[in-house]
Design a protein around this ligand. Sequence first.
Ligand code: ZN
Ligand code: ZN
Length: 554
Amino acid sequence: MSGKDELVFCPLGGVGEIGMNFALYGFGPASHRQWMIVDCGVTFPDLTLPGVDLVLPDTRYIESQLDRVVGMVITHAHEDHYGALLDIWPKLKVPVWMTPFAAGLLQAKREGEAGAPKIPVTIYKAGETFDVGPFRIEAVPVTHSIPEPVSLAITTPLGTVVHTGDWKLDPRPEIGPLTDEARFKALGDAGVIAMMCDSTNALRTGESPPEQAVGEGLRSVIMAAEGRVAVTTFSSNVGRIRSIAEAARDCGRQVLVMGRSLQRVIDVAGELGYLQDLPPFLAEVDYGYIPRENVVVLCTGSQGEPRAALAKLARDEFKHVALTAGDLVVFSSRTIPGNEKAILEIKNNLIDRGIKVLEDTDALVHVSGHPRQAELKRMYEWVRPKVLVPVHGEAAHLVGQGNFALANGVAKVVQARNGDMVRLAPGEAGVITKVPFGRVFKDGRLIGNEDQIGVRDRRKLSFAGHVVLNLIIDERYELIDDPDLVAIGLPEKDRAGELLEDLMLDAAIGAVDSIPRGRRKDLDLVTEAVRRAVRAAANEAWGKKPIVTVFVTR
Ligand SMILES: [Zn+2]
Ligand SMILES: [Zn+2]
């Protein structure tokens, strides 16, 4: 097989999880494939990664064959598809293709990050066809929840595959064209060997409501409101920003924008003409002059981010802008799993202050940008892929879509996970091997794995603290004075009221005493004995073992 051309698909992120999308398409003989990367996304860390800023895909597999990487194509500018570019690109330095909106957002982001690399970008537009090495790419317009999303039809001498990217079938989007049914059907007519397809909403029946219906929902909510209205949403959802601005205008209200990422998106979208025919957006300082029934505050922070505008509004921390009892906060968003607690805290803060809270379970104020089952079924009927590979989902979503596809006319499903290399052609499609994959972490200015950035220890420190002891021994191997001890993050006293520091000091002294003087020459032995004794003492008093560091000098 080694001399024969093959077409393979190999995800290094985004399959078995929602987030961190990073896929490889390879063409050529197994020994020297040419690679194209599709998307370069991040995941956001949870509480198990204290101090970590971003989670990135581990790209060492592709770094080992950089001379055969022909380029990277970004399907759209959501963080889970392009958010790792500034951090990963310097390791790859490959040509990048993206749409005007994605390129504009990347540039704005780069300007906000000191030392960020300047990435040479080739712009493509939805509907265009271009070549990336041996891959002919057609960017087919789809609807989603951000401007300019595309599916990629990828053609090689072995046939055409479709990488759907994130999509839905929205008959009434707020901005941009409809999903290009005619092109998908034409691709299906010409023959598609495989489709890598969005699984996010594969467990949900029916179809998702159109974005314009959300606009109508927002309008009736704002119309019925008496005081100020604040609306929070995902910053990159320009269609939603338009819906909110139009609803506000129709209700005789002006829109005030709060939050840097929203402002950035509005600037980029404005330049590209996505916000035409709307009244101008106002800034924070204008707030005081507007009567409360004439304002809509559009703010960041829908995921409970503690430093975002909504959290600050909830804590009443702004100089010029405040909400008071009788005002309304609308969550035009969904809760991303993991953020429930932070969001709940904000809601409770608001409710405690008499501010009303409304979310997507109360009214149609949000809709997902991913296909539900009825939409998936139509896409299968248009494209008629010989093989379906579910992607963009956790195991439940991937298996859910797989079963749904088999029950709806797709002959074969290949279940892959991150690191699986799937041969799509020639011959029967299936997983042929596993390549290295994983996650790395962005921590301040540095990037590394768990051990390299110390997050494992940090996690331990966060629940059991740290104790440092310094012991000095004289020529006769007796302790000079009591050891010095510093305990960070430990309880002060045990249940009997004894100071933990005293208990640990006694244990340290006892440990030295218990070693016959002749053996105390071995300072490593003394160090280890003291460390163990102090950990045991803490465990006895507290029920937990802190990290203990011991220095013994003579
Ligand atoms: Zn997306
Ligand atoms: Zn996505």
